[in-house]
Design a protein around this ligand. Structure first.
Ligand code: NAD
Length: 300
């Protein structure tokens, strides 16, 4: 008999992930703050609950997919109020590694195991069940979670003790953010100096400068299409997590700090809902040049 899975947080990521668990044959008890996605998932076969506490009471394993550390901490209070010893909680949200460690410690005091298991791969990965999942926590808890996570992702790695999954996710977000900024600056310089930006991406892609950002966001850069994808505001939150962790461990992260300020600027300009490739628009404004045009014009 498969374990009953509780699922809390049915947003862009959580709703399709919960759908994949249902399709893999797991009974799912679900809760979301706003009712619409819960109604949709109930039509797909999930059992609705009226609170996070009720989810924990009716499940063997509870998964959370919530925006940030405050929401996860708040929901965890409710989950622990409903959970019995021997339960497993898997937090798949992207939150602070320090908070993840504290929550796992609190859970353990109550006989509840907790894993941090943030993901990369975006909404498409969530829909197709091809997420990369980086897991921190106890080995036995990981072994128990593995078949469940296999319904959600393709690359599933146990990367260390509690909090380690969130540390690896922060590392991932640093590399993606700094790479988008580097590609944006290169495109603006090359284009303003008279070279076709598509040509720059082609040539750079064949050498040491080649990277997945240039492949996956190529069309966004060249067509100035900043429809998300991954929103500036969420990436800004993730860079704050990276910088807080840097403070805690004495790691300065200067390039991360710079890109965090640029994302802050985009948020203040009302572009927080755009894709993170919109960093290009700021690089263009600083240079007074829109890529792909011989004469300086501005998009904003
Ligand atoms: P989202 O805002 O679409 O979804 C969050 C859901 O949680 C919403 O449905 C909201 O109603 C619900 N919620 C909020 N507070 C709640 C509470 N107290 N109780 C119950 N439900 C509550 O966010 P998302 O894009 O699904 O992202 C979720 C997490 O995954 C974030 O930490 C994000 O950084 C991470 N992530 C997102 C992506 C992506 O591409 N969107 C990729 C990788 C990781």
């Amino acid at each position: 008999m498969p374990e009953t899975i509780g699922f809390i947080g049915l947003g862009i990521m959580g709703r399709p992930m919960a759908g994949n668990l249902l399709r893999a044959g797991y009974p799912v008890v679900a809760y979301n703050r706003s009712p619409e996605p819960l109604e949709q998932l109930t039509r797909e076969g999930a059992q609705p609950a009226r609170s996070a506490r009720e989810v924990a009471t009716r499940s063997d394993v509870t998964i959370m997919m919530l925006p940030d550390s405050p929401q996860v901490s708040e929901v965890m209070d409710e989950v622990l109020a409903g959970a019995s010893p021997g339960q497993l909680v898997i937090d798949m949200s992207t939150i602070s590694p320090l908070v993840a460690r504290q929550l796992a410690e609190r859970a353990r005091e109550q006989g509840v195991e907790m894993l941090d298991a943030p993901v990369s791969g975006g909404d498409v990965g969530a829909q197709q069940g091809t997420l990369s999942i980086m897991v921190g926590g106890d080995q036995a808890a990981f072994d128990r979670a593995r078949p469940i996570l296999e319904a959600l992702g393709k690359t599933i790695m146990h990367v260390g003790d509690s909090g380690a999954g969130q540390v690896v996710k922060a590392c991932n977000q640093i590399v993606v953010a700094v790479t988008i900024e580097a590609v944006s600056e290169a495109l603006v310089l090359g284009s303003k100096a008279g070279v076709d930006p598509a040509c720059i991406l082609d040539v750079l892609g064949g050498g040491l400068a080649g990277n997945r950002v240039m492949e996956v966001r190529r069309r966004n850069f060249l067509e100035h299409d900043f429809t998300p994808g991954f929103r500036i505001d969420l990436h800004h939150k993730d860079l704050n997590i990276a910088l807080e962790s840097g403070d805690a461990y004495g790691v300065p992260l200067p390039a991360t700090g710079l890109v965090q300020r640029l994302m802050e600027t985009l948020h203040a300009r009302g572009q927080g809902g755009e894709d993170h490739s919109a960093l290009l628009s700021l690089a263009e404004e600083l240079a007074q040049h829109r890529i792909g045009h011989a004469t300086p014009t501005l998009s904003t």
